[in-house]
Design a protein around this ligand. Structure first.
Ligand SMILES: [Fe+2]
Length: 254
């Protein structure tokens, strides 16, 4: 379970790093699975910066185990409620290959690749496991803009959820100073879907590795419009804490 301070931090900043959630054996097994993905389909010698693999989680059990054989999934559900999150069908392996000096100029939110029914690819929470130490900045770390989960929700309340399609992943909000997510291999990143983020630069000597899961709360899809406007719609436990000031989402359209 997350403690009160961690819950507050997630509510205010939209993300949280929980140290050393995934143990050495699970990390070693998943690292081996990443090695095999790279071996089978290596990035070209000219590739720098981000390089991704998107295996089905069921096909690489070592990735699903990062969530289910550690406390990771339960920690994520301590922000929503036990038994509320769906196991993600897909895993993202995110490499950042140096040298990649390009620093992001702005944020994005995911989901501008639409699903077959035209629904944006929104989800509840990004759950990440750091697979390499990234204690220093500019080492391929994920960049985040703290608090923008709330600013984005306000933007969609003011402009309506259909504004998602015009914004195409880049809602025009005022941005705070970005931060780079730092941590050790085995640390867990929990980030709200609406948190602005981007791929960082990597001027370190090492390839940065992370594994990400885009996790939905049961029943998320049909109420994506309400979720864009009410950031705690999927998050019962956070909602309970922020209830007195929580915004009321307008009724979902049929
Ligand atoms: Fe993204």
């Amino acid at each position: 379970m997350l403690n009160q301070e961690q819950m507050d931090e997630f509510a205010e900043r939209g993300f949280l790093v929980v140290p050393q959630v995934v143990g050495r054996d699970l990390l070693a097994a998943a690292s081996g699975a990443i090695d095999r993905l790279i071996e089978r389909d290596p990035p070209g010698p000219e590739v720098r910066g981000p390089h991704f693999y998107f295996p089905e989680t069921a096909r690489v059990p070592e990735f699903g185990a990062l969530l289910t054989d550690s406390a990771a999934f339960a920690l994520a559900e301590s922000l929503t409620a036990p038994g509320t999150l769906e196991h993600p069908w897909q895993t993202q392996v995110a490499l950042n290959i140096p040298p990649h000096p390009q620093r992001p100029g702005m944020h994005h939110i995911d989901g501008a690749l639409y699903e077959p029914d035209g629904r944006p690819g929104t989800f509840t929470m990004l759950v990440g496991v750091l697979m390499s130490d990234q204690l220093e900045r500019d080492g391929g770390n994920l960049w985040v803009w703290p608090g923008t989960h709330l600013t984005h929700a306000r933007y969609f309340r003011d402009n309506g959820p259909e504004a998602f399609f015009t914004a195409a992943g880049y809602p025009p909000i005022a941005l705070p100073e970005p931060e780079q997510v730092t941590g050790r291999a085995g640390d867990l990143l929990l980030a709200h879907y609406l948190l602005g983020h981007n791929i960082g630069d990597n001027v370190s000597p090492a390839v940065r590795r992370a594994v990400y899961f885009r996790v939905k709360r049961t029943g998320h899809d049909p109420r994506w419009r309400a979720f864009l406007q009410d950031p705690w719609l999927d998050y019962d436990r956070v909602r309970e804490r922020t209830a007195p000031t929580a915004p009321t989402a307008p009724a979902e359209r049929p």
